[in-house]
Design a protein around this ligand. Sequence first.
Ligand SMILES: Nc1nc2c(c(=O)[nH]1)N[C@H]1C(S)=C(S)[C@@H](COP(=O)(O)OP(=O)(O)OC[C@H]3O[C@@H](n4cnc5c(=O)[nH]c(N)nc54)[C@H](O)[C@@H]3O)O[C@H]1N2
Ligand SMILES: Nc1nc2c(c(=O)[nH]1)N[C@H]1C(S)=C(S)[C@@H](COP(=O)(O)OP(=O)(O)OC[C@H]3O[C@@H](n4cnc5c(=O)[nH]c(N)nc54)[C@H](O)[C@@H]3O)O[C@H]1N2
Ligand code: SF4
Ligand SMILES: [Mo]
Length: 878
Amino acid sequence: MDGAPQVPEIRTTCAYCGVGCGVLARPDGAGGLTVRGDPDHPANRGRLCSKGFALGETLSLDDRLLAPRVSGQDTSWDAALGLVADRFSQTIAQHGPDSVAFYVSGQLLTEDYYVANKLMKGFIGSANIDTNSRLCMASTVAGQKRAFGTDTVPGTYEDLELADLVVLVGSNLAWCHPVLYQRLAAAKAARPAMKVVVIDPRRTATCDLADMHLTLAPGSDVALFNRLLVEIHKGGAVDADYLHHVNGFEETLRAAMAQDGGATGLDPAQVAAFCKMWVGTEKVVTVFSQGVNQSSSGTDKVNAILNCHLATGRIGRPGMGPFSVTGQPNAMGGREVGGLSNALACHLDIEDAGHRDLVRSFWQAPTMANGAGLKAVDMFERVRTRQIKALWIVCTNPAVSMPDADVVRDAIAACDFVVVSDVTANTDTARLAHVLLPATGWGEKDGTVTNSDRTISRQRAVLPAPGAARADWAIICDVARRMGFGSAFDYASPAEIFEEYATLSGAAAAVGRDFDISGLTGLGQAGYDALPPTRWPVAAHGQAERFFAEGQFFTSDGRARMVPVTARAPAARTGPRYPFRLNTGRIRDQWHTMTRTAKAPRLNQHLGEPFLEIHPDDATAVGVAPATLVRVTSPTGSCILRALVTDRVQPGQVFAPMHWTAETAPTGRIDALVPGIVDPLSGQPESKAAVVALEPYDAGWFGFAVSTGAMSPVCAYWARSRVEAGWRAELAGQEIPQDWEAEARRLFAMPDAHCQSIHDPASGTVRIAFLDGDRLLAALFVGRAPVALSRDHLASQLGQIAVAPLSGRPSADMPDPGAVVCACLNVGVNTIGAAIASGQATTVTQVGECTGAGTNCGSCRPEIAVLLAKAQRLEAAE
Ligand SMILES: Nc1nc2c(c(=O)[nH]1)N[C@H]1C(S)=C(S)[C@@H](COP(=O)(O)OP(=O)(O)OC[C@H]3O[C@@H](n4cnc5c(=O)[nH]c(N)nc54)[C@H](O)[C@@H]3O)O[C@H]1N2
Ligand SMILES: Nc1nc2c(c(=O)[nH]1)N[C@H]1C(S)=C(S)[C@@H](COP(=O)(O)OP(=O)(O)OC[C@H]3O[C@@H](n4cnc5c(=O)[nH]c(N)nc54)[C@H](O)[C@@H]3O)O[C@H]1N2
Ligand code: SF4
Ligand SMILES: [Mo]
């Protein structure tokens, strides 16, 4: 404490998931921020998860894009924007409006999204603007529109706490919506009668909270919920009064009854127990996420769930309802603003001529798109076939995250003109751009986002824009002006854009749409700046909490639609050539393609390299030993991943995370394996059910390296991540280099550093350390088998006076904390194990009291519970 007056904390909203936690951020005076959870935000009431907690550590400018670049050369905004506008205008003039496209993101703010849509749909005259939400929420959008007439999430977060039964379908809430999971866990702890069911082919950290876990066959959710509908009928839980608000009950029930009972692969007794619980519990919330959406039957899965809530009238009342949790911070806002190629702003319908006219006249649009545009997979296919000749990618990394990612990457590389707006130039997509535009990122930009429960929150600038970076909305409006649409894009601030948007929502509400924030017009700059978290609808007169308790759907007759659905297996079929089903998803401490989370060393400690979860029986059958490497091949591509042998996955199924890229682990780009197969209604890719073949990757050597400087590996397998004082990398290759010291000098770019080494030709082990005096600069450990050493210990020695750097272990007087479990307080598995073994800690809370683990954000509490359970099982077996 130096007594200097502290700058005030600024209220903002987390950059990551759709929980939408409020954050209090304060500049630390050194370019960074300190953050804490906002105790007054209704989403989190002060909580944050490991990613939110580390936000302040992701803001360094070392890898930021700080100036516009054309063909790799820094240039002025004037030159870059002039070029973008000219090339888009010329392409449109020569080849028509559908020869250009924008691909945007649920991480844009609502105001950015609004102007991008206005430009494409109202002024360029094409609807070729789609968003990464196509890979994320499109099936929910399509399913809710079919059932409700609009894309409405009826409930609120409180409903999860008020429910007597919460069913989590295809959602790893513990890792992907950690603060909502914490709220649920706290509610269950306070009211143990509350039941939680997890429906997921894989055992996840979320299952820790579950009273029941249904490991259904991949893709079989429709079959399960159809079964439930039949039991709802048989059990007398159909709400005849509510059915006055619903069409289609009879046909839907008939379709459900017609189906084969065995499709889920589950024990019938367990299915019966689940149905009994659901049927017998009035206050039930069914939460669903990517296990539902990312499927070739995703829309049907959504409707199968909605059908059960509509039949029972368990919707829109406290503690009841279907609840789609959104992924990105503004996934919901993007849907509201019409970010998808088949939508219009304010939940208006682009296929409805009346709605198009309304928006045309409101925007005074010269060339309004006259129907839906291309969905993401089709859009990149048109890029590949060169029908799209100019592409602008904003705030997303499709060369990594799109299915068939190698083909998408090559299509972008071959496109005539590619513009990428990003915060960094070091992404697989940005490397392919002709023009790179530096955007301001979280902490620097201003606008609004909407979270999963319809709460609109402000993101506020806390730091100045670095270098020449500018806000996305400003960049887009500048291009629009240069294309000749000046007066329609003449906004001075996000507040002015919001004002226009809120006004349009009033007009949309007047033609019967749900999305109404007309009560937020007339805020002015001061009111916008002060806007507290606000749940829509906010009509000019009054606000409603929930939708549909009294019916009143947004269909032509005001009634909901139950939709007859029939189960379909995933589109790609396993067979002799590709016998395994590949499931993909997320890990706790990384965000998507890792451009931000990987900057925080502590977030890299939890799981530091790409891996494949494989069942022990399959690992034995395929000949893959734990911690070795496995080659995964699909009809579209190939990866090399670390084998994580575990019975968390079922035999015949494997799971891999989606996060690694050519920047971090080039053989870990998992979307290279995923085919571009989509749901026919939503166009959402089936990211969770590829088919693959497995074989051991026959490495001649395995290595582990740490360095104070960046490393440039050239071997067949590598994965790198940041640590506190530099970098660490896992390495492997087939050819064994002749001269390991020369190899190490090249890897570390340390031609002259002092070297210590041990070589044991008999065992094939090599240990090399580079030192500056006694300080460790870099070290490389190599062996014929995966290198066993204390990785975190070695990384912690970087830049320090190293004691026996070639031992690879802490000395006897220095305990090894082991792999990190608690990323917030940096507590390792060995520290937790010691507390448990000492008998001092027999509960998760006591582990926290002894070691600190799990006491900050709580995201690791499920893992601590697993360690405790394991220790207790060992004890019981003794
Ligand atoms: N840590 C972290 N959190 C995140 C993100 C992140 O990158 N990192 N991303 C955010 C985003 S954008 C999103 S969309 C959300 C996603 O949040 P989630 O949907 O919870 O996450 P996923 O891991 O993609 O998938 C959820 C689960 O679906 C299961 N699943 C696979 N196939 C099936 C099936 O056929 N049926 C059922 N019932 N389940 C199946 C998988 O085994 C997996 O456990 O997370 C958000 N939060
Ligand atoms: N196999 C498989 N693939 C998947 C999924 C899966 O479960 N499995 N999930 C899918 C889902 S649900 C999603 S949401 C996608 C996510 O995939 P992406 O959207 O491709 O992933 P991100 O890494 O979030 O990309 C965001 C990019 O925007 C940049 N950025 C950050 N802030 C800003 C900003 O303010 N302005 C601008 N202009 N740029 C910024 C970041 O540096 C980064 O390059 O992946 C999808 N792909
Ligand atoms: S749960 Fe975590 S990642 Fe999601 S909004 Fe809250 S702090 Fe951010
Ligand atoms: Mo997502």
